[in-house]
Ligand binder design. Sequence first.
Ligand SMILES: [Zn+2]
Length: 338
Amino acid sequence: MAWVRAKHVAAGPRISKGKAGCTIKPNLRLIIRPDAMNASESSPPYVNRRAFIYSGSLFLMTACYDPRHTVWANAREPSSPSVVRLAMMTDLHYADKPPAGSRHYRETLDKLSEAAVHFQRDKPDFVVELGDLVDAADSVDAERGYLKRVNRAFAAIPGKKHYVLGNHCVDTLYKQEFLEEVGQAESYYSFDEREFHFIVLDSCFRNDGAPYGRKNSRWDDANIPATEQEWLNADLEQTQKPVIVLAHQRLDVNNNFGVRNAVDVRKILEDSGKVLAVFQGHSHKNDYRAIAGIHYCALAAMVEGSGPENNSYSMVQIFGDCTIQVSGFRRQSNYRWT
Ligand SMILES: [Zn+2]
C-alpha cells in the first residue's frame, strides 16, 4: 500500500529563527497519508488536510502497516540517536459510566493497557498525559474513585510522570485534590531533561482569574492569568535550553478550544526565541499549525471511539539537532519537524 507521497511546498512561512542550541530549517516538506485525519480547515497554507508535516531534504519516511492492530510505525529512524524520548497521550476521560456519543469512557482502561505495554518496551524518559485524565463525576467521592483507578494504570508505566491539568480533571475536584492524588506538587512548572527544557502550563482558570474546581467553570473559558504569564516569561528567560511546552487547552486557535488570552501567551513564547513546539490536547483531534516558527500540535484523544483501533498515543523523540519526531499509534498522526 503506497501511503505516502511527498512534494515540495511552494509557499508557506519560512521558519528560520534561531533557537537556543539549534536552528530550525525552513524547507518544509509535505507527506500525505491517505487516511490521516482531522487536519484543521484553518491550517496554514502548506499544511494540507490529510497531511503530515515533514521536513529535511534526504529523509524519506516509510511505514509498516499492521492490519491486525492498525498501528503505524516508522521503519526508518534518523541517523543520530534521540536525546530525549517521551511518551504522550491525552484526553483519556476515564469514568465508570456508559458511552456518550463517541466517548467510550470505560474503554480507556484497555486502551491505556495497550499503551503501557508499548511504553514498557520503549522505555521513555518520561510520560506525559496532556489533560482530562478523568471525566467529570457528580460527586467528589466518585471522581476520586475514577482518578485512583485510571492513575493506578497510568502511574505503572515506566518513567517519570507529568500531569497537565485538563478542565475535566478539575471540574469536580479542586486542583489541590487532583494534584495530591497523582503526587504532583504544582499545576504549572518546568523541568529539564538533558539538553531540553520542558514547561507544563495550567490554563484552568476562568476569565475572572478564579481557578477551576467544584463545577465553577465552563470548558470554553480557559485563561492563563497574569501571574502565570509572569512566571512563564521569567522561566523562559532563565533557561538556555531549547523549550517544549505542554498544555491542555490550545494556544494556536481562537475558537472555543483555545485559551482566551492565547495571543498574549504566544507572544511570550515567540519573544523568547527558545520554544520549538507546543503539544496540546482538548480538541480530541489531530491538528497542526506553525505560528511564528513554533510547531503547535494537538493530539488525538484516547477516549474517542470504541475498540483498540480507536486508541491514540505516541512516542516523541527529540534529537540533538532539535529535530522532533512524533511516532503516532492507532489514530495518532505522525510528524517530523527539523
Ligand atoms: Zn479538555
